[in-house]
Design a protein around this ligand. Sequence first.
Ligand code: GLU
Length: 429
Amino acid sequence: MAGAADIAVETAPLEWDASLWRTAIAQLEQALPHASIDPGTAERLRYPEHATIVSVPIRLDSGETKVFPAYRVQHSRVLGPTKGGVRFDPHVSLSECAALAMWMTWKCALLRLPYGGAKGGIRCNPRELSRGELERMTRRYTAELRGIIGPQEDIPAPDMATDEQTMAWMMDTYSMQVGHATPEIVTGKPISIGGSVFRNEATGAGVVMVIERACQRLGIELAGLRCIVQGFGKVGGIAAHELAGKGAIVTGVGDYSGGVHSGDGLELAAVEQWTAEHGSLGGFPGVSHVTNAELLELPCDVLVLAALEGQVTAANAGRLQARIVAEGANGPTTVEADAVLAERGIPVLPDILTNAGGVTVSYFEWVQDLGRLFWGREDIRTRLAEKMCDAFDRVWELSEQKDLTLRSAALVVGIREVAAALDARGLFP
Ligand code: GLU
């Protein structure tokens, strides 16, 4: 008979159990019955392999010392080193990193990249930190992860509020520790130290490659479609630009300050210039201003979610007026919202497929760094389009064949790749 202590262990929540983690697990559980994999293998997929918590102390400009909680979670190392971004955000937690690391595993496997998933971050408000403080925080975080990250172990990249500069500091810190320049330790770094051309644009460009492929399959012409893009940063800003380049009309964009909308289409160059000068969309003249919540509910053909997680929920999914939803961010749609959108016949182009352009060009960057041989922009764009379209087609076919949503199909495709590797290698010892 089980004693009280055993029962307590059985029912205790996992250390990383919280809302985003539950979304990731619910998606996995929905996909597993369609993946036909061994139950023992499935059990291994439910847990991150490694989770690290570090405390990052820095001297603030004021002279005070402050400690920031920081994390790095590695979900699966069966296919190769782990890969995933580092984010600076007030919501960063072990559970958020665990969920995002699991999604990175499916994303890398779906794109057939020889990686497992990881994610890390520092819980901080990056807007309140000076450049010097950000540099000290990034360098100390990197130093604390010695032995955890490495070119054959785990390769960080940019994510929310981190960029080329952050990666340059990480690369330099790691290189100083090991005693030689090691560009292959991070991706998304400046070109001058081994970064790849087209990495900056890759996520946003990949989002539009997937939207274009989906339009072809749905028999819709992308040119002339009215698009709204939530998020006007590294992903949304580029996606808006690429959509306009394909002849679509970007009628609304949003950032942390709110959204702007114009039925005739926005002049993107003017919007970009405004945000570069003023730091946000607030006050941009000659358009209607809406809240972020209102922006999502405006009528459009394509709604691109390229901001934060948990944006479309059971509360607003019924009010969306888009024909297609494309996930540029990780986890912007909750499980309940997915069900509402599926019921309403609105296809959701899922994050692990749609925003995979970033990690795919990260892979190209790492391969170039390891080979010390660099490729041209057009070559990379073409290789990215091939990989994105190939993944899209595998997802689309499975979704038709098994009558699954695109999300479930994408998960099943990714999960099967990881499961095949786990089965082939077996369980150690
Ligand atoms: N942070 C990005 C993502 O969520 C990119 C990760 C990478 O390039 O390793 O996919």
